[in-house]
Write a protein that binds this ligand. Structure first.
Ligand SMILES: Cc1ncc(COP(=O)(O)O)c(C=O)c1O
Length: 399
């Protein structure tokens, strides 16, 4: 009988694994304010990354704190304005920029890598952004866990003076850190989970201190609020879960990798294309792939759904189509107000089931479904799809 397959089934440490940590909390009576469990978590992550690490209540809050802290380097009049970012991201990214007092300005991504590149952002700056607001900062996003080299962004900041924050929410595995702060999520749906939580990593120890100050109501060693700030601390309970997850990470990573290999072998013959290195160089807790030529995301979701397979458009039609952000500026250097690569990605990619214990039977069911749907797909054609921002004709093709 065909089973119903969920798109995600997070697995955090069980009660037995957590008990020693909880007993330690009971004994110490330290529940938050970067207590000993947070200190241990920051040290372990810092050693692993060769960087300074600040734990925080979520990646969303981490991005806000990192933005506020990097803006402290700028003259007062340049601390406000546009925050350039891709529309092809989770809604947390623009929410975080708004919370930092900035105005998100959505750019189109590079279609091949699904992300912003320094060249692309430089081109946009040269072309002029047609806004009265200056560019205050950039947030770049590592899509669905794909690794992103941070050094070119250090160079971008050195050259332009514009600070950058890297939203690496899903990119715990193989994260590479430079001066530009990278923010990772410890949400339950990520590879190393705390339930809710996150951390910011940077090779600049002074910047890390300032990020901590912003996450700690502006306090740094005294009870004076030195800068505008928020409370984004991670509780000791969440740190306990994160420490347990981190301890089990080598085994969990091997499980994700094994599932990824088997899933690729089952699905790739249909013509679907996985992100480069997925399951080989890096793993993530979600799997988003590019559909076979000619197969649109809506048809694929319906075909898979009819075969008991849940899917998710994790980033919808791009943030610029969310009602909360539709009024915000957006820019593509070639076509003002259109984000063609984002539109193509929204229509040609799909999140499919992926979790650490996806079974062989479930993988076979997914592989068969892809084969059947791809076989029934006509040659690539131009289609129109509706989104909250309007109707766009798009070529339903990976070419
Ligand atoms: C790209 C991106 N940024 C930010 C976040 C927010 O992470 P958190 O839930 O830890 O706030 C997510 C969550 O999935 C994400 O995918």
């Amino acid at each position: 009988m065909q089973r119903s397959i969920a798109v995600a089934r997070p697995k955090l440490p069980d009660a037995d694994a957590l008990l020693p940590y909880l007993r330690a909390i009971d004994q110490r009576r330290i529940y938050s304010n970067w207590g000993p469990l947070n200190a241990e978590l920051e040290r372990l992550l810092g050693d692993r990354l060769g960087a300074s690490v600040v734990t925080c209540s979520s990646a969303t809050d981490g991005i806000t704190c990192a933005l506020r802290a990097v803006l402290e380097d700028r003259p007062a009049e340049k601390r406000f304005g546009l925050c350039l970012m891709p529309s092809w991201t989770f809604v947390a990214t623009p929410h975080a920029a708004l919370a930092a007092g900035l105005t998100p300005c959505f750019l189109d991504v590079e279609e091949g890598s699904w992300m912003l590149t320094p060249e692309l952002v430089r081109r946009e700056l040269l072309a002029g952004l047609k806004s009265n607001l200056p560019v205050a900062a950039v947030v770049v996003v590592a899509p669905f866990g794909l690794q992103l080299a941070p050094e070119p962004w250090d160079a971008f900041t050195a050259e332009t003076g514009i600070p950058v924050v890297i939203d690496s929410a899903a990119a715990f595995d193989g994260l590479s850190v430079a001066r530009t702060p990278s923010v990772v999520s410890l949400h339950a749906t990520k590879t190393v989970g705390a339930g809710e939580g996150g951390f910011v990593a940077t090779r600049d120890a002074d910047l890390a201190k300032r990020i901590k100050r912003v996450a700690n109501l502006g306090f740094l060693g005294t009870r004076l609020a030195e800068v505008p700030a928020t409370n984004a601390k991670l509780s000791e309970y969440h740190a306990a879960v994160a420490l347990c997850s981190l301890k089990g990470w080598p085994e969990r990573r091997a499980e994700f990798q094994s599932v990824a290999h088997r899933l690729r072998a089952a699905v790739e013959p249909s013509g679907a294309v996985f992100q480069p290195g997925f399951g080989e160089d890096w793993v993530s807790a979600t799997c988003v792939l590019r559909l076979p030529d000619g197969l649109g995301a809506g048809d694929a979701a319906m075909g898979l759904g009819l075969r008991g397979i849940s899917t998710r458009a994790w980033w919808g039609f791009g943030c610029h189509t969310s009602p909360a952000f539709a009024h915000l500026p957006r820019r593509n250097h070639a076509a003002q107000n259109r984000l063609p690569a984002t539109e193509v990605l929204a229509h040609s990619t799909i999140g499919i089931p992926f979790y650490c214990d996806l079974s062989d039977a479930e993988i076979a069911q997914i592989g068969t479904a892809f084969a059947e749907i791809a076989a029934a797909t006509p040659a690539p054609a131009t289609e129109t799809y509706a989104s909250p921002a309007g109707a766009f004709p798009v070529l339903v093709s990976a070419a």
